[in-house]
Design a protein around this ligand. Structure first.
Ligand code: ZN
Length: 251
């Protein structure tokens, strides 16, 4: 019982933070991460969004709440870690701007995850998902509805396998790779690693700042050294884990 209450309170706390959008430095990371992980398509009156929510997003959101202890964050991450989580909303815009949303059944039946080898995965059905993960997502739903209205109501969490057949993680925000989400004829592609979690690098030749994922400087063409790039930004959660011993003792 105590455990369940703790879960409820920190999920609620996290969503308040996600909704708040105050402009401090840590939130800028989170916004960049959100932008980079949300893909939209608006063609021929269709409006489709696929949002891959990587572990780093949850970690950064949770860590922005000073009341969250490191062990609570870790407990939360354990629940979502076995899956590749993608939120999908799909609708058609009518002549007067109203949106008709596709049903969850339709979205589930038509959405596939494709790993870097092109292997296709179907969303896991209810029986295949851990009960703790299901509870957690159920608690998130009303918050999305409050934040986004009808769109939130029609956002569906699809849980795919976290790992490919070869045991490798399908979507790892920190590693080189790619994966796709296909919904009917629409395709969304993520190239990894994500820039939002990589430290920027400076070109050794012209000194311009380049994104962490770039291999070549776009201004002078110099090959960027791998040692300076590819460094993962220490997300708030890691900072919390490093300095978290006293917090851990309190919980
Ligand atoms: Zn350069």
């Amino acid at each position: 019982m105590k455990r369940r209450l703790a879960t409820v309170s920190f999920v609620v706390a996290m969503l308040i933070i996600v909704a708040a959008r105050t402009a401090n430095a840590e939130n800028i990371d989170l916004q960049a991460l959100t932008q980079e992980t949300q893909k939209m398509s608006q063609k021929n009156g269709d409006m489709t969004m696929a949002w891959w929510i990587p572990e780093e997003f949850w970690a950064a959101s949770l860590a922005q709440n000073p009341q969250m202890t490191t062990s609570q964050i870790e407990e939360f991450l354990k629940v979502i870690r076995p899956y590749t989580i993608v939120v999908v909303v799909d609708g058609t815009m009518g002549a007067f701007g109203g949106i008709t949303y596709k049903s969850e059944d339709f979205i589930r039946a038509n959405t596939r995850l494709l790993d870097s080898q092109g292997k296709s995965y179907v969303p896991k059905n209810e029986a295949e998902v851990d009960v703790n993960t299901k509870n957690m997502l159920q608690m998130l739903k009303p918050v999305f509805v409050n934040m986004l209205g009808a769109m939130g109501q029609n956002m569906h969490f699809l849980l795919f396998s976290g790992k490919a057949d070869n045991g490798k993680q399908i979507a790892n925000a920190k590693d080189k790779g790619q994966f796709r989400i296909k919904l009917g004829e629409k395709e969304f592609k993520w190239r990894l690693p994500l820039d939002a979690i990589l430290a920027a690098q400076n070109c050794s030749n012209c000194k311009q700042e380049c994104k962490g994922s770039w291999s070549f400087c776009p201004w002078c063409g110099k090959k960027l050294s791998k040692e300076t790039g590819r460094e993962t930004i220490i997300l708030p959660v890691k900072r919390a884990l490093i300095s978290g011993s006293e917090e851990g003792a309190r919980s």
